[in-house]
Design a protein around this ligand. Structure first.
Ligand SMILES: NC(=O)c1ccc[n+]([C@@H]2O[C@H](COP(=O)([O-])OP(=O)(O)OC[C@H]3O[C@@H](n4cnc5c(N)ncnc54)[C@H](OP(=O)(O)O)[C@@H]3O)[C@@H](O)[C@H]2O)c1
Length: 238
């Protein structure tokens, strides 16, 4: 198995529930972390908790090209290489299609699909130069199976699955791994603004979801975990 200690990791969505737990676990295991998310105050607070200096985080909207350019510059100013890119960012708008506004559809695609495209386009060349790397995505089970009210979300997440599987084909003869993590419902801030009756106490605990990402950062050196599915006991969609 690969070791986390000393790995240079870019964690996108570090301000989120799963992301912040992941940051904490990776830091404890000795990773060299660089954090990003949109909420600067949350990033500052997390960096303080993890004892990270100001050059180890930057606020960025991944659906914005200029922000991605700033992120790339700040990352390589602070870090010598990129071993792992974790894309733990995303938004969820759950509405029946007739109620779904055009800007909500586009916003979802921009955050969940276009953002990851921009990230891969920016950081894959460095991984190719190093001849090694790992990209972890979280399409979630709604990137594999449908749910009513998830037209925008599923479009973005099925798209993410397809995009990453296609990129994996391009990288077949390299030591760059792509892992898609299909999470079922996780009790997180993600659900705070979703108008849907869900049983959050029956969902996966955010810390356990983060532990899965922590585990995936240590995958076997002679193999790749191309997919992982983690679902709540009482709601197994796959
Ligand atoms: N929770 C679930 O049930 C569940 C299930 C399956 C898959 N997932 C996926 O898991 C990932 C993490 O979810 P979570 O539960 O931790 O949600 P969360 O607590 O709401 O966190 C979402 C994170 O995404 C960031 N983000 C959103 N849009 C962004 C953008 N345009 N640019 C940069 N950062 C952006 C947020 O940053 P700011 O807060 O700083 O704006 C935050 O850090 C998402 O991809 C989600 O789709 C979640």
């Amino acid at each position: 198995m690969e070791q986390i200690k000393g790995k240079n990791i870019l964690l996108v969505g570090a301000t989120g529930s799963i992301g912040s737990e992941t940051a904490r676990m990776l830091a404890t295991s000795g990773a060299q972390l660089f954090l990003t998310g949109r909420n600067e105050a949350k990033l500052v607070a997390l960096a303080l908790k993890l004892n990270l200096s100001a050059d180890r985080f930057i606020a960025a909207d991944i659906s914005n090209k200029e922000d991605i350019a700033r992120l790339k510059e700040a990352f390589f100013a602070a870090m010598p290489r990129i071993d792992v890119l974790i894309i733990a960012s995303g938004i969820g708008i759950i509405k029946q299609v007739e109620q779904l506004e055009e800007d909500e559809f586009l916003q979802t695609i921009m955050a969940n699909l276009y953002g990851p495209y921009l990230l891969v386009k920016s950081f894959l060349p460095a991984m190719k130069e190093q001849k090694k790397g790992l990209i972890i995505n979280i399409p979630g089970v709604l990137g594999k199976v449908p749910m009513a009210g998830a037209a925008a979300y599923s479009a973005s997440k099925y798209g993410l699955t397809g995009m990453m599987q296609s990129i994996r084909e391009e990288l077949k003869r390299t030591e760059i791994r792509i892992t898609n993590l299909y999470l079922g419902g996780v009790d997180s801030a993600f659900w705070d603004h979703i108008d849907l009756r869900v049983q959050r106490d029956k969902m996966i605990v955010a810390e356990e979801a983060a532990k899965t990402i922590w585990f995936l950062c240590q995958q076997p050196s002679s193999a790749v975990i191309s997919e992982m599915v983690l679902q709540p006991f009482n709601h197994q969609a796959i």
